[in-house]
Design a protein around this ligand. Structure first.
Ligand code: SF4
Length: 260
């Protein structure tokens, strides 16, 4: 189960090295990045350019510090005993599959040495770069699907929707547990017809979907956009009300999905 996994394919812009990668930051007590308490690795690098991104400072691979496998293990090892019963480790970013070789290697070592629950927080776009066995050490995929309409998806992310939908189908084939995440942004992702179409799609994935997380948009990332001197187009966008967020969750619940 935990033997060496197949090396990733060299997709454009992707870092495939197994022995070193680029780490943006860590969070040792994350409570919102998977089940229980999480040690979160925020990996550097993302090929998306989401207009509501909270972490635009993670977009460039080389904005992270260069680390090897031992350095990654040393980060999490002091917490391993606690995490074993309280939660686990989450790989987030940025987009962790930008560094699929290195992240896959670190996951394998964490499983072998510490036996921790491992979650992958991803938008799924780069999944074709890895073989099925890359997911052997992943216990839960938290898949962020930004929109169900291809044109609106592209307007939000500057990338294409289909690879992410294909990835969701692949997770269904692999019987991999999944949490689907959806950022609710007024006038961008909250159209009732769009949310219904999204819920219809998620329902087709069946019982691999443990829950849907509807995440209300907020302005917490704006200072990073300003610091990077990048144009932030959502400056006047409000946070959805609790009622609006619940209404969106109800659309998923109407398909028998657990939504929070
Ligand atoms: S996929 Fe995530 S990290 Fe990448 S731009 Fe979008 S929100 Fe930001």
């Amino acid at each position: 189960m935990h033997q060496r996994v197949s090396a990733p394919k060299k997709l454009p812009g992707v870092h495939v090295d197994l022995d070193h990668g680029f780490l943006h930051s860590v969070e040792s007590g994350g409570a919102v990045d998977g089940p229980g308490m999480r040690f979160v690795f925020f990996m550097a690098g993302c090929q998306f350019r989401c207009v509501y991104c909270h972490n635009p400072d993670t977009w460039k691979l080389h904005n992270g510090r260069r680390v090897d496998v031992d350095a990654m293990l040393a980060e999490v090892r002091p917490y391993a005993g606690f995490l074993k019963f309280a939660g686990g480790v989450t790989f987030s970013g940025g987009e962790p599959m930008m560094q699929a070789g290195f992240v896959g290697n670190v996951m394998r070592h964490i499983k072998q040495e510490m036996g921790l629950h491992i979650a992958l927080d991803t938008q799924g776009y780069l999944h074709t770069g890895v073989e099925d066995d890359w997911f052997d050490n992943v216990d839960l995929v938290m898949l962020d699907i930004k929109h169900i309409d291809p044109e609106k998806y592209h307007a939000i992310t500057a990338q294409y929707l289909q690879p992410t939908l294909d990835f969701a189908e692949r997770l269904k084939r692999l019987r991999k547990k999944m949490w689907m995440r959806y950022v609710l942004v007024p006038d961008l992702t909250d159209d009732t017809d769009d949310v219904n179409r999204m819920a219809d799609f998620v329902a087709t994935l069946g019982d691999i979907v443990e829950r849907v997380e509807v995440l209300p948009f907020h302005q917490m990332g704006v200072s990073k956009w300003d610091a990077l001197k990048m144009e932030y187009t959502l400056r006047d966008t409000r946070t959805p009300t609790n009622e609006e967020a619940e209404a969106a969750r109800d659309i998923f619940r109407a398909r028998g999905l657990v939504a929070s």
